[in-house]
Design a protein around this ligand. Sequence first.
Ligand code: SF4
Length: 350
Amino acid sequence: MRWYDANRRDLPWRRTREPYRVWLSEVMLQQTQVATALPYYEAFLDRFPSLASLAAASEPHVLAVWSGLGYYRRARQLHAAARIVVRDHGGHVPLDAATFAGLPGVGRYTTAAVLSICIDRPLAVLDGNVARVLSRLYALPAAIRDPRGAKRLWALAESLVPARRPGDWNQALMELGARVCTPRAPDCAACPARRACRAYALGRVAEFPPVRPRRRVEAVRRAVALVTRGDRVLLARREGALLGGLWEPPGVDLANGDRARTRLGAVLRPLGVRARLAPTGRTVRHTITHRAIVAEVWAGEMAADASLDRRASARRGATRDAEPPRARWVVRSRPGVPLTALARRLLRGD
Ligand code: SF4
């Protein structure tokens, strides 16, 4: 704790104990480095300074502000949770563990982090950083990704959390893991816990935590259509769990033997778009959660006065009045809808 008090980084979410702000930081920091999250945190609070303003916003608006940070499910769940807090709790984050943990996207980690930091509840956190530090300190062959290992690590973390300043304790462990006890190059010489560290005493730091084989990355061949109309480009809204609600140029994953032009034509027709497609020879490589995508870019042009053929869409049941449109012509530099990372690269011309 002395080390943390002297060395802690001055981060905006550490200057407040306001539950909404602390909660937002914990959501953003899941799967994301501090340096990456920082500008998004500031921008998000500029747009949505209170839980009420977040609850009042539309989902596309929230996703647009989150756009680029990835793992959009986090934003959707935070938005849904904000609406519940406004509807059921008068806009005040419920700070009893059971109620808070019942909100969308709030798990054991987030509950403990927010309640320990905001109201000094002695609840332990366990994330990748804390798990690594504990595994090394106790020479415990347990990994957070392994259910049995996680159970042991949670029990250990809970046995350590103090009644006094539990939030700072939790953050101290995370800070130590992020800055000193790092995955590949721990700086044991500068570590305040060196004398208590069993892995260090045994000279076996590199063995903890045990490594599990990584999930295999799937190679995906994809074709995308950059269809332009004057100064505008066609985007389609993705459906489904993976990136659903985000927009990108229409595209399709290809199986062996698939003809890209035919498959793309079949994707465009229900959107009401008929364009002659030509290969550009350009490919864009993009990796996202276990998918290494190689996207072949095809180009198509439509007359400047062409619009989406809504009748064609309606005939195929793709567009009903009650549904938001699935395709739009947008200006490249100001699309006005939340984009996938691949879409941003395609539109930039990377
Ligand atoms: Fe990590 Fe080394 Fe410190 Fe042990 S001594 S906690 S391995 S940095």
